[in-house]
Design a binder for this molecule. Structure first.
Ligand code: GAL
Length: 779
């Protein structure tokens, strides 16, 4: 039984020995998950969060039972902590990303317990990932949940549960039996409607007519283990996730339930604006939804085991996972290495029952070979999990491969070469090969960077995907990375953010996200890499740009006039299912109509000259262009004024209203799938969406997310909107972050958390004098 201890803690910065038994006066109330210090959006010092703080929690034990033992369970405290209960020092714990438990039976009482946790947020070179520089922040604080577990003298401590594709269930339970009682066990399986569908006395049994877990239908069962002493004195039960599926990683590919699947994913850090890594269950689940919406089938948890809520959501929503031990390039001394091995074992023990996990990444990310350490790591992982393959990420070629999958961070692409190296250029191994990272620092791009940069960013993602789809030896690819993230001063853009994401730090889409959508989702996609606002292009020229779509053809219009019917550019990205359309011709088909009948060739030639000037500037016209122009003017009696008109109608949008273009996407059957306008915006608007209106307090607080998107009149994100948003709340809710936040490149997500009180609350946002009000209920 678990008593959650997440609400109503007290917190103070610093530590003093008298805090151990007495709460000082100037504490403030906090709930867990909590970050030891709030982050500004950017521009903070490296040691901003590397401070000491003390947390206090008073609690009574619900239904205290003197016969039971009590264990304090911490899901994650960063970096290290000293735990005291009722004045007793329980020791120091430095597990960072992984859980730890402390038996407190001898020190607690039924009422008025005082739990004090001194948290030291300073990076600790004795444990991974530290010892050298690291391109991410670990944050600090009690950032994952805390509970008091009651353990009966006869109880279930844990179980490893495997559901096979044919419906077989294999359970390896761990019991505690302090009094050596004779006992019986029952294994009960409940379906997603809470109906009992199987029960057994032995830990290997079969469920008939079972549903298989897949990415489209991630069907989960619950396995309930009930243990009862023969004299009926003790009975206890515990529930575990159960799913039926098979995973197989061959050098020819990845197979889920015997079906081939090209793995396409992203790397994910657990970084959230303002709150660091202290995210609620719903925010964690939200990331999984977003990855699924992008059409991805897997995620690499770079570079540490994520929140259990994230993994639960991967199970529930159907997203495959590579779970990874903490580490970044550096391998420390023997003591440090012991912690690494301990991390492998804590990770596998914690996460074994997640059907979504298909591999354990057990090397330190991008470290050098270390035969002894990695042999021990492999043996350890295999002793804990005989089914799942292991991997470990390298950035070195021909590295010793002890694990089951060779993962390689391939940063060879620089925009002009092919996207990825061939497997045989990296390793001679016949083991499966995965590209665990690519792109990232090779071309960081902010949402408000220029259209040229957005285009290049998109091209680089298209290029790596193209290579990955081409090469059957590459069983999967996870480009770097899902979203922009907080980092140390040695990395990033000088403001402590790495702008490597497909999404910004709030998980709002950059233009490049459309690359993924157009390749991977079933819905109709029609997106443009350029808004056709010419102020960003030198000389107000036009530029060739990409349209991302899963259509068969895209037609470009200016006003109602057709310009050109475009085909996907298979010649550029041959292995993509939906190569982009390259829009590089802007002159209307009927542009000469007003001036009498033109010969086909003359019209074509004049169109080309105009388009050339549109893309390169008038003063770049070549002699041959000028001669042709003179000839055409003479032949069709065009005067200078006519030319200026043609130019104004077809090319120049500088100072004219005519620069609005329309894209129409057609499917294979020639039916219109989607229409989109691009061009100068006549007005702007804010799209303000709240993801739910009821917050449900459970083990801890719940959060809502309000997404604000500044859109131009063509429904494209307005990337230069940095307006401030004033946020005010009343009732049992609080803002996670400051009460004035600004849009970043036309988007902002605001997180609101519930307090430990039920009732009605209100949220009010003011953006440029417009007020948005939301009623929220806390249950
Ligand atoms: C890799 C590293 C990642 C990140 C990335 C940026 O070398 O594994 O953590 O730093 O580079 O591109």
């Amino acid at each position: 039984m678990k008593q959650h201890l997440n609400f109503d803690w007290q917190f103070i910065k610093g530590f003093s020995s008298n805090y151990v038994s007495e709460i000082p006066n100037d504490v403030r109330g906090v709930d867990i998950p909590h970050n030891i210090t709030e982050f500004p959006f950017n521009n903070f010092s490296d040691i901003h969060h590397q401070i000491v703080g003390t947390y206090f929690k008073k609690f009574d034990i619900i239904d205290y039972d003197p016969e039971s033992s009590y264990v304090l369970a911490f899901d994650g405290v960063m970096v290290s902590c000293n735990v005291f209960i009722n004045g007793k020092d329980l020791g120091e714990f430095s597990h960072g990303y992984l859980p730890f438990e402390i038996d407190v039976s001898d020190y607690i009482k039924p009422l008025a317990n005082l739990l004090v946790v001194k948290v030291d947020g300073r990076e600790d070179n004795k444990i991974p990932p530290w010892g050298n520089v690291v391109d991410y922040l670990s944050f600090a604080g009690i950032y994952r949940e805390v509970a008091l577990k009651r353990v009966l003298p006869l109880d279930i401590i844990d179980a490893r549960v495997d559901g096979k594709l044919d419906g077989t269930v294999v359970v390896r339970p761990e019991f505690i039996n302090n009094n050596n009682s004779a006992f019986s066990v029952e294994y009960q399986v409940y379906d997603d409607k809470n109906q009992l569908v199987a029960s057994a006395k032995f830990p290997r049994f079969k469920v008939e007519n079972h549903h298989v877990w897949s990415l489209e239908n991630p069907y989960l069962y619950r396995l309930k283990i009930v243990v009862t002493s023969i004299d009926d004195h003790y009975q206890s039960s515990r529930e575990f996730t159960l799913a039926f599926r098979s995973i197989e990683v061959r050098n020819t590919g990845f197979y889920l339930n015997n079906r081939y699947l090209k793995l396409v994913g992203l790397n994910r850090h657990e970084t959230y604006p303002f709150i660091g890594g202290a995210a609620s269950k719903s925010l964690q689940a939200d990331d999984v939804k977003i990855l699924k919406q992008l059409g991805l089938n897997y995620v690499r948890c770079s570079h540490y085991p994520p929140s259990p809520h994230f993994l639960d959501a991967c199970d529930r929503l159907g997203l495959l996972v590579v779970d990874e031990v903490p580490g970044w390039q550096h391998i420390g001394d023997r003591e440090w290495q012991k912690v690494h091995l301990d991390n492998i074992s804590r990770m596998i023990k914690r996460d074994y029952n997640h059907p979504s996990i298909f591999a354990w990444s057990i090397r330190i990310n991008e470290s050098m070979d270390h035969h002894e350490l990695y042999t021990r790591g492999q043996e350890l992982a295999k002793s804990l999990d005989q089914y799942r393959p292991t991997t470990g990420t390298r950035n070195i070629k021909n590295s010793e491969i002890i694990e089951d999958i060779y993962s390689y961070n391939d940063f060879s692409h620089f925009g002009k070469n092919k996207g990825l190296e061939a497997k045989k250029q990296v390793t001679k191994t016949s083991k499966p090969y995965i590209v665990s990272e690519c792109n990232g620092h090779m071309y960081p791009t902010k949402v408000y960077d220029s259209p040229q940069r957005q285009l290049e960013f998109a091209h680089r993602h298209l290029a790596v995907l193209n290579s990955a789809f081409k090469d059957l030896d590459i069983i999967g690819i996870s480009p770097w990375c899902m979203h922009d993230y907080y980092t140390h001063s040695q990395f990033g853009s000088g403001d402590h953010i790495c702008y490597h994401g497909i999404l910004d730090i709030y998980r709002n889409k950059k233009l490049v996200a459309d690359v993924y959508l157009s390749q991977l989702v079933k819905e109709d996609i029609l997106a443009s890499s350029f808004s056709l606002n010419n102020g960003d292009i030198p000389e107000a020229k036009l530029m060739p740009f990409f349209v991302f779509s899963n259509a068969e053809q895209v037609h470009l219009f200016r006003g109602d006039d057709l310009i050109k019917k475009y085909q996907p550019r298979r010649d550029l990205y041959r292995y993509l299912k939906h190569p982009p359309f390259v829009i590089d011709y802007f002159i209307r088909e009927n542009f000469t109509e007003k001036y009498g009948r033109f010969g086909r060739n003359s019209k074509k030639r004049l169109g080309k000259i105009l388009n050339y000037a549109a893309l390169n500037g008038l003063n770049q016209l070549k002699i041959s262009h000028k001669i042709s122009l003179g000839f055409i003017m003479f032949r069709y009696r065009l005067n200078y004024q006519n030319l200026v008109e043609i130019w104004g109608d077809n090319v120049s949008s500088w100072g004219s209203d005519g620069g609005v273009f329309t894209l129409k996407a057609y499917n294979r059957e020639g039916q219109l799938m989607k229409t989109r306008q691009i061009g100068p915006s006549s007005h702007y608007q804010y799209q303000v969406d709240i993801d739910k209106s009821t917050l449900i307090n459970g083990a801890s607080y719940d959060t809502v997310k309000v997404n604000i998107l500044a859109l131009d009149s063509n429904d494209m994100r307005s990337p230069y909107d940095f307006s401030p948003v004033k946020i005010s709340v009343d009732g049992p809710i609080r803002i996670l972050g400051p009460d004035v936040q600004s849009l970043h490149g036309g988007a902002l997500s605001i997180y609101i958390a519930s307090k430990n009180i039920q009732g009605s609350a209100h949220l009010m946002l003011t953006i440029n004098d417009k007020i948005y009000k939301f009623d929220i209920k806390v249950k």
